[in-house]
Write a protein of this length. Sequence first.
Length: 267
Amino acid sequence: MIVNAIRKRKNDTLLEFGEGSVLLIDPSLVEKLSLEPDGEFDLALLLSLNEPYSRKRAAAYALDYLERSARSTRQLTDHLFSKNIQASVISETVDKLVAKNILNDRDLAERLAGDMIGSGRSLRRTREKLRRRGLDGDTIAESTSFAEGAIEEGNLKGFIRSKNESLRRYPPLIRKEKLIRSAVSAGFSSSAAAREADGITRGEDPSEYGDYYRALGEKRLRELEKKDLSRRELTGRFTSEMLAKGCPRRIIDECLQKAQNGRKDPE
């Protein structure tokens, strides 16, 4: 094997070799094995001699990483690989921490799932978060199964109620669509979101939102008037669009009459 380069990273010594391989090594091995750029070396011998130092550095990196936050075995494994620890030592280090229960994917998943679902997050978003933490599918499924059904439904209801209050300025039909989109974006079922949104907005009087519809109608008419439309085309298009948004017919007629008073229609 040929040495490509020997370089420093803070207090670490890194050996670059082969096709982009990088290994954290005991600094004393540079002199002991006469390592130098473009020089040959015995990789098997290097790995064997480097194991004690590699174990020491792996343990230090692992404990520092775990002290900052709870991690999954996948996260720790990736972290140690990013530090260029040799692979055999990474596996050994992770296995020891699992055996000592310092690393426990099941406990981590249950704790994270409980916190996220307890704060109102959807099952879908919770499971996505757990996957990003490097947890496997079976562990995720088992740690989140408690929330299926009533708890997920309760979180959806809470989400819709809270979002509904922040969207009160919108008429019921427009607000309903916004509620559904928001809930789906938050990871809830579209059909369940539609039922909840319909239930919370049903029975409201759209005529109470006259100012909103008038402002919306005037803006849309200005946009349509820039197009090459006949009066009939403009009226039909505007009417269908506003009816789809729940606008009362009398407000549609008011907007059209106001626009017609100052508009010359193409023949």
